[in-house]
Write a protein that binds this ligand. Structure first.
Ligand SMILES: Nc1ncnc2c1ncn2[C@@H]1O[C@H](COP(=O)(O)OP(=O)(O)OP(=O)(O)O)[C@@H](O)[C@H]1O
Ligand SMILES: [Mg+2]
Length: 465
């Protein structure tokens, strides 16, 4: 733990019943330069948050005469970006899920470890300040969209765009690699829009055989073709009053592109085998993982349809370009998977977190979700370890990005240097411990420092073996 605060002192609000607060926590936080406010009461915590908003909140979920979830919702109502860490009993999975859904940054499982808590709070304060400095966004701007986890500034920019687009009826084109969250964002867009009470109808243009796609989109009249035994409404009609999500639009066959263009432009069409023109009130959102512009250049996608769809283009960055979101997403999925499997909560060790950070995630968020699911099933203890993750970090090289881009250069020269050096030191220690199979003596030898110096460094960086 660094003994010099990087910024003006952060204030941490601790909400624990007097006998539940880990002993030494207050002192440990003060030692790293934080100011601490304590209360054991939900109502008092609400008042503190209202009157003198802290920089971070650490609350027990179980409070006498109250509830940590109440503290969380008060904090989120005051400032949607305020980091809140909740502490829970291993068996209390349902409340932990509610806390993560309610926007908690992290959920720690008892028994609590003071060193780990301090490093979590330090990270939370650092991330919060970064976000607050770079992006003075508010919840109203759509940054805290329910169900979408992530604090990376690039993602926040996307979410702000999503919030703005939601207020209009403009056609939105979501582009991003597979697994980046296009469908999730399309649903969020609908929920944020004035059409939220209307239907959200999705159609996957790549999954439906070409000869059935037209009838799926526009419906058909009875007898329109063999097998058309009754009139059927198409997705455009079913989505009337709501949002139509045209997924994998890049794979739309050429013949249908002209028909879709007309329907998108005029919001009217005919059912297959019908003559009557049907007009609908539908907001369209399209998505693709293909380079649509390149398909236009190659003559595979109509340029006029491309322009018509991309009135409001949104590019979702791949996960490797927003690696700071990896631990947040991993913890979110951990809690969710444990709840789905009905097993006690498993926490993420710092070594496992580093392991996740060293992988390029070609399958993006979906791959991370699957990895955590698999790891929880493999994991036998209360903590996920690197081995549980079965990640082939050697096989997939991270695409050559400029490593200097990842370094936070904000603040004074001294601040930036201290942060960068601190991170190099932490990574070096974690790597040495991993190589030494957590044997501190061997790790100290490899680092060419004394065993005592290693223990101090591990304490400073909140590293556990
Ligand atoms: N930021 C996020 N927060 C929480 N969950 C996310 C986030 N992004 C993606 N997910 C989850 O990851 C999974 C994949 O997302 P989604 O299906 O929306 O991706 P996609 O871009 O449509 O992928 P594909 O191109 O393969 O269809 C889903 O389970 C989704 O809920
Ligand atoms: Mg999808």
């Amino acid at each position: 733990m660094s003994t010099t605060p990087l910024f003006a002192p952060a204030t941490v609000l601790l909400v624990f019943a007097s006998d539940a607060q880990p002993s030494g926590l207050r002192l440990a936080l003060e030692t790293v330069g934080m100011e601490v406010v304590e209360t054991g009461d939900e109502q008092q915590a609400r008042e503190v948050i209202h009157q003198a908003p802290p920089t971070a909140v650490l609350t027990d979920l179980a409070l006498p005469g109250g509830d940590g979830l109440g503290v969380l919702s008060a904090a989120k109502a005051a400032d949607g970006t305020l980091p809140v860490i909740v502490a829970t009993e291993p068996g209390n999975v349902l409340d932990a899920v509610s806390a993560m859904k309610g926007g908690a940054l992290d959920c720690v499982v008892k028994p609590l470890d003071v060193g780990q808590l301090v490093s979590l709070v330090e990270r939370a304060v650092g991330a919060y300040r970064e976000v607050a400095e770079v992006l003075p966004f508010t919840t109203a701007a759509g940054a805290d969209v329910p169900g979408i986890v992530g604090r990376d500034p690039r993602l926040a920019t996307v979410l702000r765009g999503l919030g703005r687009a939601a207020a209009t009826d403009a056609t939105v084109l979501l582009q991003g690699e597979s697994g980046t969250g296009k469908e999730l964002f399309a649903r969020a867009l609908h929920l944020l829009s004035p059409r939220a009470d209307g239907p959200f109808v999705a159609i996957n243009c790549a999954a439906i055989p070409e000869n059935l796609l037209e009838s799926e989109l526009f419906g058909h009249e009875k007898g329109a073709f063999t097998g058309a035994v009754a009139r059927k409404l198409g997705k455009f009609e079913v989505a009337d009053g709501g949002t139509l999500f045209l997924d994998e639009i890049g794979d739309l066959p050429g013949a249908l592109q002209a028909k879709i263009l007309r329907a998108v432009e005029l919001r009217s069409f005919e059912r297959v085998g019908g003559t009557q023109s049907i007009t609908v009130d539908v907001r369209q959102v399209a998505a693709t993982n293909r380079e649509l512009r390149a398909r236009v250049a190659a003559g595979l996608f109509r340029e006029d349809l491309f322009f018509r769809l991309s009135v409001f283009p949104i590019q979702i960055p791949p996960l490797r370009d927003r690696m700071t979101d990896v631990p947040l997403l991993a913890r979110f999925f951990l809690v969710k998977v444990c709840a789905d499997l009905g097993r006690p909560l498993v926490s993420l060790s710092l070594a496992a977190e580093d392991h996740l950070m060293s992988y390029a995630w070609p399958g993006n968020v979906r791959e991370l979700q699957n990895c955590i699911e698999r790891a929880v099933i493999m994991c036998e203890g209360a903590e996920l370890r690197p081995a549980d993750l079965s990640l082939d970090t050697g096989a997939v090289e991270r695409p050559a990005a400029d490593p200097w881009d990842a370094i936070d250069l904000s603040g004074s020269l001294a601040d930036a240097s201290r942060r960068a050096l601190g991170e190099v030191e932490r990574r070096k220690v974690v790597a040495a411990l991993q190589d030494a199979g957590s044997h501190t003596g061997r790790a100290a030898d490899a680092l060419q420092i004394s065993h005592r110096a290693l223990v101090v460094k591990m304490q400073e960086h909140g590293i556990q073996t």
